[in-house]
Design a protein around this ligand. Structure first.
Ligand SMILES: [Zn+2]
Length: 131
């Protein structure tokens, strides 16, 4: 399976985490949505995001390395990489941006958002990912 996915990440406390080259970023307790794409092995990518103790490669790996952050849900859509940024832009219309996160290789302002609730990710037509 390939496609675009959104991880719902719960941050259990107010934390500050070092996010690779981004440096220190503060995260308030709450729910976050991270938009990514996997143009092959979507299932493996989502499993990787949920796993602990891995090599850190993406910005999201650094956030998920915190004991206070965990993936609580994942949604996906069978779509090409271009839709990844369209979904990020759509979410940015209503949610709080965490600037420069996960968008090193595109022109988006971010691919991570602090969200009020998960309904925001359902609007672009994503469905829940179940193992
Ligand atoms: Zn983008």
């Amino acid at each position: 399976m390939k496609g675009v996915y959104v991880l719902i990440v719960e941050v259990g406390n107010n934390i500050e985490a070092t996010i690779g080259a981004l440096g220190n970023v503060k995260f308030q307790k709450g729910l976050y949505a991270y938009v990514g794409s996997a143009q092959n092995s979507l299932e493996k990518r989502i499993a990787r995001h949920k796993s602990r103790n891995k090599k850190k490669f993406w910005h999201i790996d650094y956030l998920l390395d915190s004991k206070d952050a965990r993936v609580v849900n994942a949604y996906y859509k069978n779509a090409g990489k271009e839709e990844e940024c369209q979904i990020a832009k759509k979410i940015s219309e209503t949610e709080t941006l965490i600037p420069h996160f996960g968008c090193s290789d595109c022109n988006c302002r971010t691919h991570l958002f602090k969200i009020k609730d998960t309904s925001v990710v359902l609007k672009p037509g994503l469905i829940e990912f179940k193992e």
